[in-house]
Design a protein around this ligand. Sequence first.
Ligand code: SAH
Length: 355
Amino acid sequence: MPHLASKERLDLLSLTKAGMEEFVHAQGWKPYRAEQILRWIYQRGVTQVEDMTDLSIHDRMHLSLIATINRPTITDVVQSRDGTAKFLIRLHDGASIETVLIPERDRRTVCVSTQVGCSLDCRFCFTAELGLKRNLTAGEIIGQFLCVQEHLKETYDTPPRLTNVVMMGMGEPLANIGPVCDAIRNMIHGRCGLGLSPRRITVSTAGIHHKFKDIVELGVNLAVSLNASTNEQRRTIMPAANQLCSLPDLFAACRSLSLPHRRRLTFEYVLLRGVNDSPQDAIRLAGSIRGIPCMVNVIPFNEIPGSPYSRPNEATILEFQDILIRRNIDTYLRKSKGPDVLGACGQLGASAREA
Ligand code: SAH
């Protein structure tokens, strides 16, 4: 049985449908019970086994002795002027992570973390300074979604529904691939999970190329953080990631990836003043990705305390975008969401550091 350490109760939130079926079978229960339990957790949002009222008292008692629903808890909500909210979330061992809710016109996106800290050392990212404390479990990943949803229910009479998930919070998702994939399976399962369309889920990676397939196979979107137009640049600003996969190898991996019909990759490119923001960088980038079904998100650097990097000026940003667009590459400027609460890309981790 997975995740069952001695004397520790099994976390039901970390089980996929297959895992739950195995668990239910091991208890000698009828197979339909697996769906019954999963629906309580994901569709009715119960936080304790005792509330699963269509299980007999005896079965509920048995279940609560050996299993639990290890939902993380929100300890603080910091509201940004632009509507973005940053949630500080405490895990059962006292570790903290951050989750961001980004409301836009017709969507509400939750940006979830996948590690406490991060296993990589990207020089422009605040989370990297924490180092890796530990990986999150599948339950802690999907638990962030459930926490934010619950918060909205408590805050509004007609609570808005969460529509999208991006795995772009703290951590490198592909360095924690098993729990990330299990959490995704529960997010997209219609009957036994959250029922989100896989198209509304995006996993962002600093480029652990041998795991790309695992993500794409689940039907969710893959975003690759390039952030450089030459290998030399990338080695300087993303040393650990670039050691795992050089920039030429990364382009080759992206090119050979077989995507589902009419789907495309997202490339992310953090613009750092004087480092990777010249017109030559844009021209080189366009050349390297030509022919790959993709779009590019240009992310002007979000300031972080004590960083040697800075954000290019507006004209440089627009020119970079323009060069790509003129080369027929769909290019979007990612607006910083929640920079006043350190909730934007690369800014997560302040609370964990203070803790
Ligand atoms: N580890 C994953 C996901 C987390 S970072 C990854 O690297 O993709 C999510 C995005 O934020 C990445 O594209 C990353 O390059 C970007 N980012 C990190 N620090 C940033 C900063 N200070 N300003 C703007 N974007 C940043």
